[in-house]
Design a protein around this ligand. Structure first.
Ligand code: SF4
Length: 362
């Protein structure tokens, strides 16, 4: 089946699917409780709220929060109340937590139907979500396929993953619940591409794209990009998370960088930086770091080039909205293709940033 009519969901006012801009999301990493004593949990509510604020500032449009225990539901309720962006409840194993999260104002629920109990439990969750008009993401992970699937397919192959998801989706459709987002994550880039191409053909539902357990920030960002870029360029993927073993803000920055590199979304300055070589006579990397840091509050989609020398420097800098092209201990500042001035290296950042800020506030 080739699905042509793509569906969408509404997550607390954020549209996912049916041609809407690809939505960026991440997940909080602060532990829900800061003690292992389950009976008297000291809760990290304010730390999670702070993390949500940082994530929002970085550009996340949705945030997912894990609710490990039923006793954590009051924490979740506080986060929902204070969050500037819609909050998704991440629930495993216990259907009562899923029902409680919906009651506490979750904008969307993320569950793996394989670990949350009986069909009746799932039916009750679907019914409650329908009553509150919130979507459910059915997320399958290649590492946790059900036994009957592994007996049939032996390994978590693409067919095994897609069949698992098909069974779950059918179950929800039989409940009369179609406010769905689907995902099937693996830690392998090629497998991810194969699986999502199959899901796109099979389901009209919005797809949550991601590579699970992608790794430390450097490797994780590359692996996620390797998997997601070909899909996104083909219009496959309606919301993305880049899962990194690092701060959630980095996940959000990586998502923006990926979407902006593909020309799908823009937010804030795009930095072009030469890689430096034996010709470089100014500290390009330090200059670029400083420029990036000084421009982080800017939300307008401008292009800023920081280049080391006259070989490619002025050319690239002229193509950008703003730029620096280095010389021997000095550099030229460009704006829209025109040299504004040549000044000593130590003055370049202040001058460039000042120029950009003046232009953008005019
Ligand atoms: Fe080297 Fe100049 Fe190219 Fe930078 S712009 S890598 S300094 S040749």
């Amino acid at each position: 089946m080739n699905v042509t009519n793509r569906l969408s969901v509404n997550v607390g006012g954020v549209k996912i699917g049916a041609g809407a801009p690809v939505v960026i999301q991440t997940m909080t990493k602060t532990r829900t409780r800061n003690t292992s004593t389950r009976n008297t949990p000291a809760r990290n509510t304010s730390a999670i709220i702070d993390e949500v604020a940082r994530i929002t500032e970085a550009g996340a449009e949705l945030v997912r929060v894990a609710i490990p225990e039923e006793t954590d539901l009051p924490v979740f309720a506080e986060i929902v109340k204070s969050s500037p962006i819609p909050v998704i409840a991440d629930v495993h194993f216990n259907p009562r937590i899923a029902l409680g999260a919906i009651e506490q104002g979750a904008a969307k629920l993320r569950i793996n139907p394989g670990n949350i109990g009986s069909t009746n439990n799932l039916k009750e969750i679907a019914s409650k979500a329908k009553e509150r008009k919130i979507p459910i993401r059915i997320g399958v992970n290649s590492g946790s396929l059900p036994t009957y699937i592994l007996e049939r397919f032996t390994h978590p192959t693409t067919d095994a993953i897609v069949t698992t998801l098909s069974d779950y989706v059918k179950m929800f459709e039989d409940f009369g619940f179609t406010d769905l987002v689907v995902s099937a994550k693996t830690s392998d880039a090629r497998r991810t591409i194969e699986v999502y191409r199959a899901l796109f053909e099979k389901f009209p539902y919005p797809l949550h794209l991601g590579v699970t357990e992608a790794g430390l920030p450097f490797e994780g960002a590359i692996r996620s990009t390797a998997a997601m870029a070909p899909l996104l360029l083909d219009g496959i993927g309606d919301t993305i998370r880049i899962s990194l073993a690092g701060p959630a803000e980095q996940e959000v920055e990586a998502c923006w960088e990926l979407l902006s590199s593909l020309g799908l979304r823009t937010r804030g300055p795009k930095l072009i930086v030469c890689p430096t070589c034996g010709r470089t006579e100014i500290d390009v990397i330090e200059l670029a770091r400083k420029v990036k840091n000084r421009l982080k509050e800017i939300k307008q989609p401008i292009t800023v080039a920081v280049m080391g020398c006259v070989v490619n420097g002025p050319g690239e800098a002229r193509e950008a909205d703003y730029g620096i092209a280095g010389g021997k201990g000095k550099g030229a500042i460009f704006r829209k293709g025109v040299v504004v001035k040549s000044i000593p290296e130590g003055e370049l950042v202040d001058e460039l940033v000042g120029l950009i800020e003046r232009d953008l506030t005019q």
